[in-house]
Design a protein around this ligand. Sequence first.
Ligand code: SF4
Length: 374
Amino acid sequence: MSGIYLHIPFCKQACSYCDFYFVTQTSEREHFVQRLVDDIKSYKNTRFVEEKVNSIYFGGGTPSLLAPAQVEQVLDALNEVFDVASRETTLEMNPDDVTSSFLADIKSLGIDRASMGVQSFDPELLQFMNRAHNSEEARQCLELLSQSDFDTFTVDLIYGNPNQSVKQLKKDVKTLLSFAPPHISAYSLTIEPKTRLGKQVELGRIAPPEDDKVAEHFDIINQLFSSEGIERYEVSNYSVPGKEAIHNSSYWEHENYLGFGPGAHSFWWEDAAERWENEQDLRKYLRGEDHPQKEKLALEQLAEERLMMGLRTRKGVAFEEMESRYNYIFGDRQHAYLKRLVKEQKAMVDDRIILTDKGIKIADAIILDLVTLQ
Ligand code: SF4
């Protein structure tokens, strides 16, 4: 089963923390959609269309800057070329674009999951992150969603802002929970070098958030979500039972996916495994001149990736899967390390390895140790 990702690279303005590929010049939207449709159609009769499409994800950038008619053109092209049996079709949207008619229109086209980029309800934090929406719009979009026909939706929340107090965080979480979201993606703010925040840190104007503070925020979030029956199933993803995202899981489980649009990634594993990233260049994409380099992935590299992604999830990673799919057998030193993690209550180990709440907070360090002990 495969997933399809569509990168819609337009944004109204640059959020201060964002290092995704996007452009703030939005006048090329129509041209882009035509090119995207042609790009999708160029896959006709290729080996990539033999697998059923399990999930479709409009990400970005800001997909809600497209008109419903443009979304429809893209979906029509996908249906024409691929065997679409999508169990989940998601469209990311920003609060300031959402109206009840927009929601009704895209729902009628087959978008069955809305992903709302709220990030915070706090005016100061929204301004700090240079989001295009205000606090009122953040609430309003969730009200509109709850009155709409969408059965499921997800909301993005950012925590661990350098200036964010625990009081502000709790207020944000409580406001969010009052809308009973079936799914939440909660990310700790990471400061990337090429972003506006990265530059401010470099100039000494702001200090990056402290690890202790981020860990405290993580605990608060876990506890407040859990008290409403919303459980973490991956480091940054939480849901009520049965509402886990299908599309994201396909990345973690090395299922095949194709990415369309500038900067989109693809992964395909038939006999050999390959990955490629479209060039982050809208101009070239519009001219059909981007030629991504395919990278062949060795089994060992895939095994390490699977450990990295799988150990961030609540399902963890099964020894049997590592052996049969990746020919990866844990050595004595790794088993000894795992025993220590169990003793320290950082992991549970039987036929699979699952990191506990204590372990997940230092998942990156644990995974690195585990991989280097091989
Ligand atoms: S709207 Fe999303 S993609 Fe666009 S700049 Fe902000 S965070 Fe980045």
